[in-house]
Design a protein around this ligand. Sequence first.
Ligand SMILES: C[S@@+](CC[C@H](N)C(=O)[O-])C[C@H]1O[C@@H](n2cnc3c(N)ncnc32)[C@H](O)[C@@H]1O
Length: 444
Amino acid sequence: MNKPTTSRGSRGPRKAAPAKQSGHSGRPPRPSADPTRDLAFDIVCGVVEHRRMLETTLDRAGAMEPRDRASAHRLAATTLRHMGSMTELLQPLLRREPPEPVRCALLLGVAQLLHLETPPHAAVGTIVDLLRRRGLAPFAGLANAVLRRISREGATLREGLDEARLDVPAWLWSAWGQRARAISRGLHREAPLDITLRPGAEAPAEGDVLPTGSVRFPAGTRMVELEGFEEGAFWAQDVAASMPVRLMGDVAGKTVIDLCAAPGGKTAQLACAGASVIAVEREAARADRLRENLKRLKLEAVDVVEGDALTWQAPEPVDAVLLDAPCSATGTFRRHPDVLWIKRPRDVVALAETQDSFIDAARAMLKPGGTLLYAVCSLQDEEGPQRVQAALERGGWKLEPFTEAELENMSVARTAEGYFRTHPGLWQERGGMDGFFAARLIRI
Ligand SMILES: C[S@@+](CC[C@H](N)C(=O)[O-])C[C@H]1O[C@@H](n2cnc3c(N)ncnc32)[C@H](O)[C@@H]1O
């Protein structure tokens, strides 16, 4: 994986300590007195050692108190958000490179000390205990010494660190080019909760109504506890993610295929806008979730098809296709900081190839003159502008740029080419937004 690199160490190359101490030695961990730290540790080790997504470890965790689960999520996400700079900070304090699980435990400790305001005795003690529980007792002394030093000298040790830069893997920083520093403004803040309202539904009290109509609540708000949830008055959708469907124009009375549909935020928007929607989703479990979401929203008229968009054939050519294509999801790093450390450059290359195939498949479903709205929650040029350019070069399409009027509520997102493009550094004064790309193509 893209382990955070370090540049400040002055003690020469480091030798890793023996791997058999790594805590994955076959001995089962002792029963946990601290489920929060244990789960956060498993999440961070999963990302660092196995490129396992945060949500996957969370899903596998089994029954536990919702409060402990939420705390573990917060601790792990904070650690991942600051992982590069904390690794840099630890480097001069370690004489040898510790085994990976020990480094993960130290990072959890540093995150508690520097970013979560955990009292020092608790931050140090919980990590020392964690190491003992997880078969890593020989490293307990090291953790105690290093974390105590950081609790005393953390502010000084942080001085001069370019944290925004260090917390982004080098390949992404260079891929984002001149946008990198602006994008990284969204890095260290938890994302708020945004909801999209059904037409006519009232915004729940205390929500901040954004210029586009999305309603925003502070990070940590639980959607299920908002008034109107059970009645299906709204669904969760980042403000940037709510824009592609709005940019399809008037879809009332039209047949629209939503090619990669689950969990269904955009399907719901299309159905609420009066389109007759065919929602295609390949993963059975995700198709079930889509159906459940549509049921809560009382949008059961949507035709949900469990199938592969690359081979499924539409019964007849349609007016419009929404292609919210599978992508690297780098634009969602505020909600999923693990993506930064899991994705690799070669993933982007492979995804771009599939995205071309999706665009070609979508063309075959459209009437001449029909509209393709192509969207990805990626910040990578290869998955956005370059895919549109490649489609135009293959032929059979013309670009219909988004107009100033269409984007008057989010003018910052309109590019010179007439694409829609956002990143997590935008609208900082309002709480930011996810990174999205969208373009409108017409079949010729
Ligand atoms: C970016 S998500 C879509 C999000 C959705 N449009 C929304 O707004 O809630 C991509 C979805 O495409 C699905 N998918 C991936 N490959 C697919 C394929 N070949 N055919 C159909 N769906 C696919 C994934 O399972 C995933 O649910």
